[in-house]
Design a protein around this ligand. Structure first.
Ligand code: GRG
Length: 307
């Protein structure tokens, strides 16, 4: 396949950006996880295992990029980025449990309950979720963020990850398995299960960065498009991806008769839809200067990723 010079330049600056932010996030994840001697060692190990199992770190990087887009300092968004990755990690640990998706493999490694047992996996997820909120509400982690902004951030992330958002979407997903649902319902389900935490990441990052009302509105529009594109890309990967590249079992959606975009509208239309969403996401940022370039590039990366 031919690669244009312009793409090469964009790709390499995006890869540099992603690498730099991943390193920053991982240093802070490790620091804010605490030390193994501070609480039961097995619990620490189970939390550490899934936090450092090779995730792409898309959500925290989106939060950092959103703060950057509004001219905020990266330091101000660190608690947000760390908390969001902890919440995302808890959701994956619980999603893989026998009572939910019953998966043996995640990111190319045995799932948390396969290594630590079900009880510890449940507790590791619980501990990651609760630690996220103690980090978000720790005054020592904020240098200059006004307290009302911190409260807004906590509220945003609570809404995005709880029954109004991700947990609600997971419940809808479980209830719709094996039943045919229409495109509208699928969009609602994905909007909650996957989109809500992505939207909360972008919005909370923007709030931490000092976004004004108009900027927050534009970031919300961007996040809604990117969130849906992310889920469609995930559905396509389940059809097209290999276990080696995806690091998890693929083809499971079809076996489980899950409601997905390729199942409902076919692969070609799914691809066209995700491309359109990326264009709309980028358009939503038209008022922003080059500080929003990472957000623009991440929109494209989300649908081109291979895992
Ligand atoms: C159990 C409360 C609860 C919620 C689970 C996130 C989720 C809700 C389920 C995961 C199942 C799934 C495949 C969702 C679709 C999109 C998604 C969240 C993919 C995984 O996210 P990535 O690709 O993962 O960002 P990495 O491994 O890169 O961190």
């Amino acid at each position: 396949m031919k690669t244009k010079i312009r793409d090469l330049k964009t790709d390499s600056s995006l890869m540099l950006y992603l690498d730099e932010k991943r390193t920053l996030l991982e240093e802070n994840l490790l620091r804010l996880l605490g030390r193994p001697e501070q609480y039961p060692r097995t619990l620490y190990q189970a939390m550490h295992y899934s936090l450092f199992a090779g995730g792409k770190r898309i959500r925290p990087i989106l939060a950092i990029a959103a703060a950057g887009a509004v001219g905020g300092e990266t330091g101000a968004v660190i608690p947000v980025a760390v908390a969001i990755e902890m919440i995302h990690t808890y959701s994956l640990i619980h999603d893989d449990l026998p009572a939910m998706d019953d998966d043996d493999l995640r990111r190319g490694k045995p799932t948390n309950h396969k290594v630590f047992g079900e009880a510890t996996a449940i507790l590791a997820g619980d501990a990651l979720l609760t630690t996220a909120f103690s980090i978000l509400s720790d005054p020592a982690l904020y240098q200059a963020t006004p307290p009302d902004r911190v409260l807004e951030i906590i509220h945003e992330i609570g809404l995005g990850s709880g029954p109004y958002g991700m947990v609600g979407g997971q419940q809808m997903d479980i209830e719709s398995e094996g039943k045919g649902i229409g495109l509208k319902r699928l969009e609602q389900l994905h909007g909650k299960k996957t989109g809500a935490l992505i939207q909360a990441s972008v919005r909370a990052g923007g709030i931490a960065g000092g976004a004004d009302g108009a900027q927050l509105l534009a970031l919300t529009r961007y996040a809604a498009k990117v969130g849906l594109a992310f889920q469609i890309a995930d559905d396509i990967l389940d059809v097209e991806g290999s276990i080696e590249v995806a690091g998890k079992a693929t083809g499971k959606d079809i076996v489980r008769n899950k409601n997905t975009y390729p199942a409902l509208i076919g692969l070609d239309e799914s691809r066209a839809l995700e491309k359109g969403l990326v264009a709309e996401a980028i358009e939503a940022l038209h008022e922003f200067d080059e500080g929003a370039d990472p957000l623009r590039m991440i929109a494209g990366y989300i649908v081109e990723r291979r895992s």
